[in-house]
Ligand binder design. Structure first.
Ligand SMILES: Cc1cc2nc3c(=O)[nH]c(=O)nc-3n(C[C@H](O)[C@H](O)[C@H](O)COP(=O)(O)OP(=O)(O)OC[C@H]3O[C@@H](n4cnc5c(N)ncnc54)[C@H](O)[C@@H]3O)c2cc1C
Length: 396
């Protein structure tokens, strides 16, 4: 059993890990506590560093069908409406980085991964199956949980366990000492609306990032351009139940938190009938490989490195983790613990860099007063070179 893996969690990270490991010839068991496979109704952006991996897994056609390839990423000022800078995506992403920049509905990406796994039968998927705790003694690492598949009782008999169980990970406690995620004091209001309900002159083919004093908004098409995904991030008090990240949002509260904004943005937001609200949590950037793997347990995605969404790479890093996990795992000449160490060594610094840069982006987006003016001037002068992220998009 030295070559088998239990993956805890079937979000985007867990399914990506199952697909990558399955294609590498391992047949992982995936344990998901929910009683059906699902993802929340919101969009994500994927840079060429991520789509390159998905293409290598044989998902290029699926991405073309359900994703959207925006032509540009435009930064605009929430007060003046001025375009501060434009990053060409589309063909430039293909020419420069060898893969497309794609915006996609999370449920579509989740379904594409799930279907690929199910069609090829390369992983065993168990719903309604929750890992609650891991306990180590002289006999091994015992798994406690509800509705675990028969035989899934001890990690050492299963080669390894990969915690892809998200922000409030139960497996994380085995790798690092238990601490709660950090409350950032930022709230994301999210909505998905039919593009046809947006005023005609404001319908988008691009990613628009509006930046303003203590507020920013990100808008982009998903589902082949038929829907518009909107996210507005403001300062705010989080709701009581943080471990549940999807709440109903109040339109008036959002408008109060945003203050006055340019008419184009105001008119687009006015087309939203109902908002969902997500309190944003993260963890400080990783300090070393010891925070991603210990013994026979490794962490992946938000379980290891939850980040602020201001570089749009949380799911992307989970997918990069998954690809690396499979690459390390096929080193059958090495003991399991060394393979997981190799995975952690390869991944931690890049994940930490992305976590750090996401924090910095948030600060830059929300600048006020003279600093805001300085940012706008710099963006107008430098434009594309300032907005491009070659170390990220050309990697990993
Ligand atoms: C506002 C916002 C915008 C974002 N935009 C982007 C973007 O544009 N691009 C991008 O790449 N990322 C983006 N992200 C980040 C991205 O959504 C996350 O990083 C990503 O979804 C994490 O996936 P995951 O699989 O690691 O965790 P999760 O999606 O949290 O999945 C964890 C899974 O584990 C299951 N689970 C949990 N505990 C247990 C247990 N004990 N036993 C069994 N199963 C369990 C859960 O039910 C769930 O299915 C954004 C995030 C936010 C909040």
């Amino acid at each position: 059993m030295e070559n088998s893996i239990i993956i805890v969690g079937a979000g985007i990270g867990g399914l990506a890990a199952a697909l990558a490991c399955g294609q590498a010839g391992v047949r992982p068991q995936v344990l998901e506590r929910a009683d059906k496979f699902s993802e929340v109704g919101a969009g994500i952006q994927m840079g060429p560093n991520v789509t390159r991996i998905l293409q290598a897994w044989g998902l290029a056609d699926d991405l073309k069908q359900v994703g959207f390839e925006p032509h540009h990423l435009k930064a605009r000022d929430t007060q003046t409406g001025q375009v501060l800078g434009t990053l060409r995506l589309g063909q430039r992403s293909l020419d420069t980085y060898g893969a497309p920049y794609v915006t996609i509905h999370r449920a579509d990406l989740h379904r594409v991964l799930l279907q690929k796994i199910m069609r090829s039968g390369i992983a065993e998927l168990h719903l309604d199956s929750e890992v609650q705790a891991l306990q180590q003694d002289a006999d091994g690492i015992h798994i406690r949980g509800t509705n675990l598949p028969s035989g899934v009782t001890d990690v050492s008999q299963h080669g390894a366990m990969v915690g892809a169980d998200g922000l409030w990970s139960a497996t994380r406690q085995f790798v690092v000492s238990p601490t709660d995620p950090r409350i950032t004091g930022l709230i994301a209001y999210r909505a998905l609306i039919p593009m046809l309900s947006v005023p005609e002159k404001l319908r988008l083919q691009d990613v628009n990032v509006w930046v303003g004093p203590s507020v920013h908004a990100v808008l982009y098409p998903v589902q082949s351009g038929e829907f518009l995904n909107l996210v507005v991030v403001v300062q705010g008090r989080p709701p009581a139940h943080l471990d549940h990240w999807d709440h109903a949002g109040n339109k008036e509260e959002l408008e109060r938190a945003m203050g006055p904004v340019h008419a184009d943005l105001r008119d687009m937001l006015a087309a939203v009938p109902a908002w969902r609200l997500w309190p944003l949590c993260d963890r400080p950037p990783l300090q070393g490989p010891h925070e991603m793997a210990k013994g026979r347990i490794a962490l992946l995605g938000d379980a290891a490195h939850p980040m602020r969404p201001f570089l749009a790479q949380g799911a992307g890093m989970a997918i990069e983790d998954a690809a690396e996990l499979a690459r390390s795992w096929v080193r059958a000449d090495l003991p399991v613990q060394e393979r997981l160490q190799m995975y952690a060594q390869t991944r931690w610094a890049r994940n930490a860099q992305v976590q750090q840069r996401s924090i910095r982006n948030g600060q830059i987006f929300h600048l006020q007063g003279p600093l805001r003016w300085g940012r706008n001037v710099a963006m107008k002068l430098l434009g594309e070179p300032l907005m491009d992220v070659p170390w990220l998009y050309a990697g990993p």
